[in-house]
Design a protein around this ligand. Structure first.
Ligand SMILES: Cc1cc2nc3c(=O)[nH]c(=O)nc-3n(C[C@H](O)[C@H](O)[C@H](O)COP(=O)(O)OP(=O)(O)OC[C@H]3O[C@@H](n4cnc5c(N)ncnc54)[C@H](O)[C@@H]3O)c2cc1C
Length: 226
């Protein structure tokens, strides 16, 4: 019997790789979701601050701004659909100096540029009404009602489960160490070779290493918030 050639191999089973696997698994294609760790979501995705970002403070016009705003709506709706825990807390950016206070209007204008129009500048009295245990000295704040907390683990497990139920293979304890590119890609891993017509690099902080494995040397990082 000839060895299986997957249509797509996804390297990395963090929130990005599992979401891609779930989306692709809606189509009639074979998928291998590969991770070096012994479980999904065991990289950066397991240890973040759990904020469901609106994208209000991104660099306007940047790719990140567009993607964070789109991701906010997609993940919020997915959480509602599946019962993933969300706390609709809202965020306060508290100004502790006159300079920070003067900057609140700029941040509000930036949010509007990013398509988020619900930010409100609130007085010191309103800050303490909302947060009575905050230390003294707050001059006011930018209130961002849509910044919520979301359970960061369950989406990953849900994405992976849906992909698996739709037929994707999840290959854990499988670190990609090299590739041979021919009629298809043969990924060399610590768990044997995996053949795939297409490979998606979702290796998070190690994406540059995977690019390097493929001989791509011009990996660039898009500048973050300004
Ligand atoms: C301190 C902190 C706080 C954060 N707070 C927030 C927040 O509040 N809200 C928010 O939206 N974002 C937040 N983030 C960002 C968010 O956590 C990341 O953007 C996200 O988790 C990245 O997911 P990923 O799937 O790209 O990467 P990862 O979760 O790192 O997944 C990449 C996977 O690739 C695997 N891998 C790597 N190399 C190989 C290889 N050679 N072979 C096989 N597998 C490999 C790794 O094992 C890993 O599981 C925060 C980040 C940090 C560090």
């Amino acid at each position: 019997m000839s060895k299986k050639i997957y249509d797509v191999a996804i390297i990395g089973a963090g929130v990005v790789g599992t979401a891609i696997a779930r989306e692709l698994s809606k189509h009639n294609i074979s998928i291998a979701l590969i991770d070096a760790k012994s479980d999904v979501g065991d990289g950066t995705s397991k240890a973040n601050t759990a904020i469901l970002h609106t994208g209000f403070d991104m660099v306007p016009g940047s790719l990140e701004s567009t993607l964070v705003a789109r991701g906010y709506h997609l993940l919020r709706d997915y959480a509602r659909e599946t019962g993933i825990a969300v706390e609709e807390l809202g965020a306060l950016l508290v100004a502790w100096s006159q300079e920070e206070h003067d900057n609140l209007a700029k941040l509000q204008a930036k949010a509007v540029e990013n398509g988020y129009k619900d930010c409100v500048i609130i007085s010191a009295a309103d800050v303490y009404a909302r947060e009575p245990h905050l230390g003294p000295g707050a001059l006011g704040a930018l209130y961002v009602p849509g910044e919520w907390i979301i359970d960061p683990w369950t989406p990953i497990v849900a994405f992976a489960t849906q992909a698996k139920l739709a037929g994707a293979d999840i290959l854990l304890r499988t670190a990609v160490t090299g590739v041979t590119i021919g009629a298809h890609n043969t990924l060399h891993t610590t768990n044997g070779d995996i053949d795939a017509h297409h490979v998606i690099n979702a290796a998070g902080l190690y994406s540059d290493e995977i690019d390097g494995v493929f001989g791509i040397k011009d990996f660039t990082v898009i500048p973050r918030r300004g």
